[in-house]
Design a protein around this ligand. Structure first.
Ligand SMILES: [Zn+2]
Length: 180
């Protein structure tokens, strides 16, 4: 599997270990923008059980891509990729995907990625949706909001204005699965 990923995302692996042959399943976090992975999937990102693959939109500025890679200093992640869609070798039934929720998210880019997630979910893949807008009915309180805030500030100090006056971004998060 590792070889396939290298072939498909040629030149796009910025840094990090390539996918382990022996690992049966991968957790794949789709974060259209840097900070979505912390705001929406902090619980998974910081769970020692996982070493997620994180996929960001390819159309980010070089500067934002660069700052995103700082995340590795703080959490375990296998690799951070910048893509326009999910690399084919990663589309496996044994993998779990975390996508922005296409019905509760408002940002167009979140909706586009969320729709890809919906297609995978409808095709029988293991998809969990998250919301960064905190308007979804399944939002719950984060157990350690101070740590979540600290991680946001450590990795994305430039985005601080987003959560500085609106604490919902580190106080809450939510995940759901769709039943068909
Ligand atoms: Zn976003």
């Amino acid at each position: 599997m590792a070889k396939d990923i290298e072939e498909v995302v040629d030149g796009e692996i910025i840094e990090g270990e390539v996918v382990d042959h022996n690992q049966k399943s991968e957790l794949i976090i789709i974060a259209p923008h840097p900070d979505d992975e912390i705001i929406g999937t902090y619980k998974y990102l910081t769970d020692k059980k996982y070493t997620p693959i994180i996929i960001y939109s390819a159309d980010l500025s070089a500067e934002r891509k660069e700052s995103t890679l700082k995340l590795k200093e703080f959490v375990n992640c296998r690799v951070q990729l910048f893509q326009m869609s999910i690399p084919v070798p990663l589309v496996q039934k044994e993998n779990t995907f975390l996508f922005p929720d296409p019905s509760y998210e408002l940002h167009p880019s979140h909706r586009i990625w969320g729709t890809m997630g919906e297609q995978l979910a409808r095709a029988g893949y293991d998809v969990i949706f998250y919301s960064t807008n905190m308007n979804a009915p399944y939002i719950h309180e984060v157990k350690n909001p101070d740590e979540k805030r600290k991680l946001l500030e450590d990795v994305y100090p430039d985005q601080k204005s987003l959560w500085e006056f609106d604490h919902k971004y580190f106080l809450f998060e939510g995940h759901c699965k769709w039943v068909f």
